[in-house]
Design a protein around this ligand. Structure first.
Ligand code: ARG
Length: 402
């Protein structure tokens, strides 16, 4: 049997590489996809081969991740439960698809992932594998072996597997869109995350005493410039992670509802993702009408739920994407955000083709708004309300007596 394993280089997948060989007598091919986790991929290759993989593939998925996934998340103002910019969730369908492609090319019998049986990631991998390569068996060693972390380390040492000498006490999943931090003392929802949990975001006490402003430019809903300079989306995200993080902005600490029905305390740092969504949403308000904004908010909620629950490959996603893209044609302009001591606030915006109309809204004599129209408008706007009260609730009419 030949198995292609989604290999991160962490403890679970390193132990899984060996375990698949022993348990299934399988030949194991490992695949690592770079989605911006900033790891040493040569070291990961050596670890895979050192654990008995017959072959290792490295795929640079960063451009695809930015273009197809992160850009959509910005256009969709994608925040699960209003908080989480879906960084881990968005990367899974891409990784799973790349792994499945290699499995098909290598004529493998199965694909495998290192997810646990109580998380979301298993669903995202399983559902995507099943959608893009329905004929392949799916193996999830961690779900099968039921080993605790200590047992895994014991197994790794016994088999002489090249695991990292110092594993973090947190379970971390990182990519260019954000960093998820779980486990350790974070499992106690009352405990404040310690400073060493974070990589980008500085503790508030260390944030500079001077505020800093950034200007983010958008073209068709996608960020294309920072402080007036044209830059790639990858560069903009990298810089905003640094700037936002330096000012102590970008931590999300919330109680999250997992697909499987468990509540979990999740901690993330994603300064760039939060800043970009904040700016994008603000610019949309300059450009899109209220009915479109209102309906889009419904679509956004649905979009975030679909991504979170692993349904990226569902046809409903394609339909939602068509709608969202259609709304972005005129989302061109710039947004100013001020960062200071852990906070970020939009302080200004301008759009190329705003619906915002200064000549109509102004209270000065430059106004071209004909205020006489207001009288008839109110009369008709309130007509139904008045009629209902007259016809149905006459007894509730205000009495003339004090
Ligand atoms: N709760 C997040 C999600 O479901 C993050 C999961 C990240 N995984 C991890 N090993 N820390 O998308």
């Amino acid at each position: 049997m030949r198995v292609v394993l989604a290999y991160s280089g962490g403890l679970d997948t390193t132990v899984a590489t060996k375990w698949l060989q022993e348990r299934y007598g399988a030949e194991v091919i490992t695949v690592t996809v770079d989605v911006g986790q900033g790891e040493d991929f040569e070291e990961i290759r050596e670890r895979a081969l050192g654990s008995g993989a017959s072959k290792h593939y490295f795929i640079d998925g960063k451009e695809r991740f930015l273009k197809e996934y992160v850009s959509m998340c910005i256009k969709a103002n994608g925040l699960y439960e209003g908080a989480y910019p879906l960084s881990s969730a968005l990367s899974r369908p891409l990784i799973a698809e790349e792994v499945a492609k290699i499995a098909l090319r290598e004529d493998a019998d199965a694909v495998a992932h290192g997810c646990t049986g109580k998380g979301n990631d298993q669903v995202r991998f399983d559902v995507t594998f099943q959608a893009v390569a329905p004929g392949l068996k799916i193996i999830a060693p961690v779900r099968e072996w039921n080993m605790s972390r200590d047992k895994e380390i014991e197994y790794a040492l016994e088999k002489g597997l090249p695991i990292k000498v110092k594993e973090s006490r947190f379970s971390i999943d990182e990519n260019l869109w954000g960093r998820s931090i779980e486990a350790g003392e974070l499992e106690d929802p009352w405990a404040e995350p310690p400073r060493e949990a974070f990589k980008y975001v500085a503790p508030l006490e260390d944030a500079p005493d001077e505020p800093e402003e950034v200007t983010i430019g958008f073209r068709e809903g996608v960020p294309t410039s920072l402080n007036g300079e044209e830059k790639s989306l990858g560069e903009i995200i990298g810089e905003l992670n640094r700037i936002g993080g330096r000012h102590g902005f970008g931590v999300i600490d919330h109680i999250e509802d997992r697909i499987v029905g468990l509540k979990s305390r999740e901690v993330y740092e994603a300064p760039a993702a939060l800043l970009l969504i904040m700016a994008h949403r603000d610019l949309e308000k300059m450009v899109l009408g209220r009915r479109l904004l209102d309906f889009k908010a419904e679509v956004e909620r649905l979009w975030a739920n679909m991504v979170y629950s692993g349904l990226w490959k569902d046809p409903l996603m394609d339909a939602l994407h068509a709608f969202i893209n259609q709304t972005q044609q005129n989302v061109n302009g710039e947004v100013r955000i001020k960062l200071y001591k852990g906070s970020a606030k939009v302080v200004g915006r301008r759009a190329e083709k705003p619906l915002y109309s200064p000549e109509l809204i102004t209270y000065t004599s430059r106004s071209v708004f004909d205020q006489r129209a207001g009288e008839a408008f109110s009369k008709l706007w309130g007509l139904e309300t008045m009629l209902s009260r007259i016809k149905h609730k006459t007894e509730e009419k205000l009495s003339a007596k004090p």
